[in-house]
Design a protein around this ligand. Structure first.
Ligand code: FMN
Length: 227
């Protein structure tokens, strides 16, 4: 199989991603616009799947997919087990990065920031809306811990289903995080491989004006980056 030769043409139907076409230069506005387009496309399977990167306090990275469960101008939220590998890493190092890739639009969004735990009331609220089997799944798993085989989980599942016929309690250390971004980059792939990248970021304190850095709305600045 010729893996090195694998290549698709990007963005045959959309236009260049140009600064002058940004009607509002603010990254949450743009994220919302892109997200809605992708989500409303019947070809999209999981618009909210995003790769979450975390690192230990010494900087050893790890990455996995999670599902975005909400966003606002404050940040991007997801739910997980606080005792999982990602949870432990976020405990010792609150820096995180999120990456979306939406293949039908040749678009990617990269978010970098720091996490804060959401209040447990938010976790209760979301957990109670999850389907029964997802609730059981969360309760029967000590996420990221080694086990002897699948039968351990099946056994936990049977026990929990006989104990909790309707209402399943939220695992006590299962909850939400919000990634509060300082940087959000928008990438638009182009067939000619000269891709577009526009990065919004919070300026550093006393940062001198730079000719390649432009002011955006609500305290953001933006720059075009080489692809
Ligand atoms: C598309 C997709 C969505 C996922 N969503 C979540 C999620 O929202 N929360 C979660 O804890 N794990 C989710 N997972 C599982 C994680 O990728 C991962 O296996 C798990 O969280 C354990 O990661 P860790 O050991 O690095 O903590 C998802 C996996 C995939 C492929």
């Amino acid at each position: 199989m010729d893996v090195a030769g694998m290549r698709v043409n990007y963005n045959e139907r959309t236009n260049l991603f140009l600064e002058e076409n940004l009607e509002i230069k603010e990254p949450f506005y743009l994220f919302d616009k892109w997200f809605k387009i992708v989500k409303n496309d019947p070809r999209t399977v999981e618009a909210n799947a995003m790769c979450l990167a975390t690192a230990t306090k010494t900087g050893l990275p790890s990455a996995r997919f999670v599902l975005l469960k909400g966003y606002s101008k404050e940040g991007f939220t997801f739910f997980t087990h606080y005792t999982s590998r990602k949870g432990k890493e976020l405990e010792e190092n609150p820096n995180a990065a999120l990456t979306f890739y939406w293949e039908h639009y040749s678009r990617s969004v990269r978010i970098e920031g720091t996490v804060e735990k959401l209040p447990f009331s938010d976790a209760d609220n979301y957990f109670s809306k999850r389907p029964y089997q997802s609730q059981i799944g969360a309760l029967c798993s000590r996420q990221s811990e080694p086990i002897s085989g699948r039968e351990v989980l099946s056994c936990n599942e049977r026990e929990l289903k006989s104990k909790y016929k309707e209402e399943v309690p939220r695992p006590s250390l299962w909850g939400g995080y919000m990634v509060k971004p300082h940087t959000i980059e928008f990438w638009q792939g182009q067939t000619d491989r000269i891709h577009d990248r526009i990065r919004f970021r919070r300026p550093k304190e006393n940062e001198p004006d730079g000719i390649l850095t432009h002011e955006a709305e609500e305290g953001w600045v933006y720059e075009r980056l080489c692809p």
